[in-house]
Design a binder for this molecule. Structure first.
Ligand SMILES: [Zn+2]
Length: 86
């Protein structure tokens, strides 16, 4: 279906996600910052003069990919004691 495979990594992951997966502090802060507001827009990508970016935004998706990559490398799914809640 896709004929252009030059700009994505394996499984369609962004190359940036692969890079970020080695920098947990970066994707962790992205996940914390790029959250939806009450209108379903990203609060970090929104700025004055624009209507906002529908969430999940590009950075959010990349950060989630990086997290998934990081966790798949480091250990078992569900074994992450990070306190993202609240
Ligand atoms: Zn965002």
């Amino acid at each position: 279906m896709h004929s252009n495979q030059n700009d994505v990594g394996e499984d369609g992951m962004s190359p940036l996600a692969s890079v970020l997966s080695a920098m947990p502090e970066v994707w962790h802060s992205l996940l914390a910052q790029h959250v939806p507001d009450s209108s379903g827009r990203c609060v970090s990508c929104r700025n004055s003069g624009t209507a906002g970016v529908p969430w999940p935004c590009t950075l959010r998706v990349i950060a989630e990919d990086a997290r998934d990559l990081n966790q798949s490398v480091e250990g078992l799914p569900g074994a992450t004691p990070c306190g993202l809640a609240s």
